[in-house]
Design a protein around this ligand. Sequence first.
Ligand SMILES: C[S@@+](CC[C@H](N)C(=O)[O-])C[C@H]1O[C@@H](n2cnc3c(N)ncnc32)[C@H](O)[C@@H]1O
Length: 285
Amino acid sequence: MNIEKLNAIIKANQNPLPFANSKAQEDFWDNEHISKMMLMAHLNPNWDAASRRPETIEATCNWILSALELKPHQSLLDLGCGPGLYASRFCEQGLDVTGIDYSKRSIHYAIEQAQREKQAIEYRYENYLDLEEALLYDVVTLIYCDFGSLSLTYRKQLLNKIHAALKPGGHFVFDVWSTAHKDLTSTYKNWVNHEKQGFWKPTPHLELIHKTYDQALALSLKQHIIVEAETDVHVFNLWQQCYTLESITALLNDHDFEVLALVGDLTGVAYTPDSQSIGIIARKK
Ligand SMILES: C[S@@+](CC[C@H](N)C(=O)[O-])C[C@H]1O[C@@H](n2cnc3c(N)ncnc32)[C@H](O)[C@@H]1O
């Protein structure tokens, strides 16, 4: 390995600023190889990596439908809908569903699937941070803790966009990881030698993983440093802002939302101090 590569690894690993090289800034969701691996992960029923398992998705949709007493033809916008695993279930229950995602591959899959199933779901390839709609939806969902992967600036921007897009009294339903999350709040290093391909690259590479947690900021970083023979070192920083019941309530209140329910996850299980996530129903004030 040459000295430039070693320096790049050391530099990447030295206390990056919060949300540097994050998924939002990186060629991440639309990268040819990563989006292929991501779609495989979404569709794998035995793997919770990108989407939750089918039975959890079913239970989540059922809980949201009953907690909000949703009726046919109420409108739901699913942000970061991925391949439409939730959107299709909400549509089956009679809701008017729109799904937005930033991965072309996932949106294409969702559109094809809706055509096959003859479901009238509007899917759009769009960055939800650019959402420009007003007073349209009864419910907005953002499922699988993607909220905490955004920088605080983007989280605030998104809350304002969602507030504008909801009808008066409309609901925002989402989840975040809690400060009790075992993996996110732990620290470790690991090396993985991918002899053929890995999640991040289709060619042989070495992956250096460094997991850290800043307790004062409740901020988790899982850093994947990819070292290949020929190309520059590539860094993927997976940041997650973890929350307590108090900190997520304060953020929502600051953005004109009233918190109606805080649960352990979006299947509606009760929250306990050991809950790994927090499921939230908030109402536009
Ligand atoms: C962890 S996955 C969850 C997908 C889906 N909600 C689920 O649980 O099956 C996050 C999804 O958000 C999408 N996404 C991330 N940032 C986005 C953005 N800025 N605008 C639109 N979609 C985004 C990704 O493409 C990905 O499909």
